[in-house]
Structure formats: structure tokens, C-alpha cells
Design a protein around this ligand. Structure first.
Ligand code: HEM
Length: 409
């Protein structure tokens, strides 16, 4: 029976279970489920949310910020950060101005420096693990590297790496993975956010005395026109936002790319390893692997008023809308031979950093860190998946552990 047949049957009997089934398929069976939707029902309106699955429709949803707004991020994110933030605002002066300020302190010309840091810390983590013959790609590698990038480059080290890591995990759980609005998740995030803000306030005082070459110090030293109202609160909110953008997105991406590349049974695995070891262009392997194993299947928005997509489907006001970026990346209307692994695809077919007015302002950091960490792993002799081990989410929304082999100890 097709997914849609199963869905329709459940819907007739118990709409709540039909919605749960859709949520399950998005998480566990996204490729065949979205393939069927793109073909038979590209816009699926469930009683709880509407799924948009074709590339062109996804792009349209993410482009129309006054119709499909970021309203659903508002409550959790403003509670964590202590005030409005660019990702809780649409088409406002604050969104426009503070995007600009953040982009100015995370410039593209920092890519070589960030890449060097990522490579150095990845090698450090791998060297520590070599005697054991295995490494936890989540805690021992990805988060190890990312916490150090948060300190050295973003200027927000946390009181210690483990505490910053948990603040990030708790906050982002509430912001991007808590649409059911579990109050316990929200309460944990609020506590984490409050501790993060207090930490960032202390850092601001410290960096005023002794500036560093990091993004927070740069934010402090900016002199925006007074009319922007970039006061102490705005500085603190934007400083606290820096690590939150990076850690969960990059950690999960790194882990899923490693899992995908090492798990492939065709020639791609060996080709990727050969490219990593020879110094040949490598990044296309990482970005293409992320298209097959996306860290996030969709970006959610809220439909503020009835809107007919250019493709014809009507989306009703008041509906949460899921722009299924993972599905868009497999849409043959936009991506040539999407089932093929091709390292030379143009960037625009992969929506890893979002699209439109809310696309990622930290993209250059991600572009530098993610492929470089994976490359350092693949360079190691004997690197392989461990039999029976998979990415362990430990019942949460983000990976907790993923042990991989570094060869015999
Ligand atoms: C220092 C690193 C990073 C920072 C500071 C950062 C920050 C941000 C911010 C502030 C936004 C919202 C922009 C807006 O509202 O206009 C955003 C969007 C986004 N970022 Fe990042 N980010 C970082 C790294 C990453 C990485 C590594 C990934 C993925 C691999 C990623 C994926 C995304 C996506 C998918 C969006 C779109 C969200 C949406 O439209 O709802 N980010 N990022």
C-alpha cells in the first residue's frame, strides 16, 4: 500500500494517528515518502501542518517572508536569547540591520583561518583517540572541534566546553525541534539560555578590556549608526546567538556525512577517501553526502494569509508549513539525476544553509568547518564504520554518540 493510501485510511479513522504517521515517515523514511508526494501530492495538507515537497514550491515558501513567516521560532528563541533576534523577525528593520552586522563579523575571507582551526582541532581529537582505535564522532570529534571554534573564532568559549555544549543542545532542541511545544523542553532551554546570556554579558565586559580577534570582539567594536538602536541588549542577544547557530547544525552534519560516506557500498567511499588523502578537491563529497543524509529534513514556517503557490496549490492562513528542503534536493525537476552521487553539482541545488531572506548568516563558518573535519577523518588509515554501531540519538533530537573505528589499536 502506498504512503498516501495508508495516510488516507488513518485520516478517516483517527486524524491524530495520521499526523503521527506522517511525522514518522518524515523522520525515518523521508526519501520514498517524499518521492511519492512529489509525484502524487506535492503539497499535502494534514490537519496539523502542510508539507511542501517540490523544489520550486520550497523556494517560493522560503522566499515569501511576509506570507510564510518565522513566527514559530519566536517564542522559544526570544525566551532563550532574552529578546527579538533576526530569526524571529520578518521584513523588519531589526532583521535587515542585524543580519548585516552579523555578516560583517563572520566574513567570507575568514574561511582559510576557520578551516585551519577546524583541521588542527580535528587532528588533535583524532590523535587523542588513536590509541583506543576508535573515536566517538559526536562528542570526541565534532563537538570537540566545534566548542573550540566557538571559543577561538566566535569568542564564546563557555565556562567550559561541556557546559556550552549542553546549553546549545538544550536551547536548539526547543527552538528547532520542539513543535509539539513540550513545556519541559522549553523550561530546560530557558534555563540554558539564561546561563548563556549571563556568560556572554561577562564576556562582553572582559573583551571591552582585552579585545580578541573573534566575532564577539568584532561585534563589540562595531560602531553602527545610533538610529539602529544596537544597544547593550542587542549586543548580548547577537553574541549569544553566535554559538547557537553553529553547534547543532554543524555537529549533526559532520556525523551524518561521515556515516553516509563510510557506509556507501559503491565506489564513492573509496573515491572520497582517496580525495581526502591526496589533497584533491574534497568538499563536493561532503555536500553531496549531506544531500543524501540531510541533518534536517525541513524548515518550518507559518502561513499568515491564504496563498496560492505558483504551481497552483492553495495554502490556508494559520497553517504551519513544512518546506521540505531534503525533498527539494531530490527533485528531478531541479536536480539532474538526483539519485546519482555527483560532487560537481552547483551549490544552489543543495539547500543545506537555507534559502531566501533567512538563509544562513554563518554559512562561511559552516562551509569551512564541515568538510574539513570530515576530510581529516577520512585521511586516517583504517577509518571505518564499526559493525552494529549507528548514530545514537539517545531519545533526543540531536546525535549523542557515534563510535567509528580508527583501525587496530
Ligand atoms: C557560526 C556559525 C553559524 C551562525 C552564527 C549561524 C546563524 C544563523 C542565523 C542567525 C540564521 C537566521 C538568519 C536570518 O534570520 O535571516 C541562520 C539560518 C540558517 N542556518 Fe545558520 N548559522 C551558522 C552555521 C550554520 C551551519 C553550519 C548550518 C548547516 C550546516 C546552518 C544552517 C542554517 C539554515 C538551514 C538556516 C535557515 C533557517 C530558516 O530559514 O529557518 N547554519 N543561521
Amino acid at each position: 500500500m502506498s504512503y498516501l493510501e495508508r495516510y488516507e485510511r488513518l485520516l478517516a479513522k483517527d486524524p491524530g494517528r495520521a499526523v503521527q504517521a506522517v511525522a514518522h515517515w518524515i523522520g525515518a523514511e523521508w526519501r520514498p515518502f517524499f518521492a511519492e508526494l512529489r509525484e502524487a501530492r506535492p503539497v499535502l495538507a494534514t490537519p496539523a501542518f502542510t508539507l511542501v515537497t517540490r523544489f520550486a514550491d520550497v523556494i517560493e515558501v522560503l522566499s515569501r517572508e511576509k506570507v510564510f513567516t518565522v513566527r514559530l521560532y519566536g517564542e522559544p528563541m526570544e525566551a532563550v536569547l532574552g529578546g527579538p533576534y533576526m530569526l524571529t523577525q520578518d521584513a523588519t528593520p531589526l532583521h535587515w540591520a542585524e543580519r548585516g552586522l552579523t555578516q560583517a563579523v563572520l566574513p567570507a575571507h575568514d574561511v582559510p583561518r576557520v578551516r585551519e582551526l577546524a583541521g588542527r582541532y580535528a587532528d588533535e581529537a583524532l590523535d587523542i583517540a588513536v590509541p583506543a582505535g576508535r573515536i566517538d564522532a559526536v562528542e570526541g570529534l565534532a563537538r570537540y572541534v566545534l566548542m573550540r571554534i566557538c571559543g577561538d573564532y566566535l569568542g564564546v568559549p563557555g565556562p567550559d566546553p561541556a557546559t556550552l555544549s549542553e546549553w546549545s543542545r538544550a536551547s536548539m532542541h526547543d527552538i528547532i525541534r520542539n513543535l509539539p511545544r513540550d513545556p519541559n523542553v522549553h523550561a530546560t532551554a530557558c534555563a540554558a539560555g539564561s546561563a548563556l546570556r549571563a556568560h556572554v554579558s561577562e564576556l562582553i565586559t572582559e573583551r571591552r578590556r582585552t579585545p580578541g580577534e573573534d566575532a564577539l570582539s568584532r561585534l563589540i567594536s562595531l560602531v553602527p549608526p545610533a538610529s539602529l538602536g544596537f544597544d547593550e541588549l542587542r549586543l548580548m542577544v547577537n553574541g549569544a546567538g553566535l554559538p547557537l547557530g553553529l553547534v547543532e547544525n554543524a555537529a549533526q552534519s559532520i556525523v551524518q556525512i561521515i556515516r553516509h560516506l563510510l557506509g556507501r557500498e559503491d565506489s564513492v567511499r573509496e573515491e572520497a577517501i582517496a580525495a581526502a588523502r591526496s589533497g584533491e578537491p574534497f568538499d563536493g563529497y561532503a555536500w553531496e553526502a549531506l544531500r543524501f543524509a540531510p541533518f534536517n529534513p525541513l524548515i518550518f514556517r507559518f502561513c499568515e494569509r491564504d496563498h496560492r503557490l505558483a504551481s497552483g496549490a492553495l495554502i490556508k492562513a494559520g497553517t504551519p508549513v513544512f518546506a521540505c528542503t531534503s525533498s527539494a534536493g531530490m527533485d528531478e525537476e531541479a536536480v539532474a539525476d538526483p539519485a546519482e552521487f555527483r560532487t560537481d553539482r552547483p551549490d544552489f541545488v543543495r539547500l543545506h544553509f537555507g534559502y531566501g531572506p533567512h538563509d544562513c548568516v554563518g554559512k562561511h563558518v559552516g562551509v569551512a568547518v564541515i568538510p574539513e573535519v570530515v576530510r581529516r577523518v577520512l585521511r586516517r588509515p583504517g577509518v571505518a564504520l564499526l559493525p552494529g554501531e549507528s548514530i545514537d540519538f539517545d531519545g533526543g533530537p540531536f546525535p549523542r554518540h557515534f563510535p567509528i573505528s580508527l583501525g587496530a589499536s
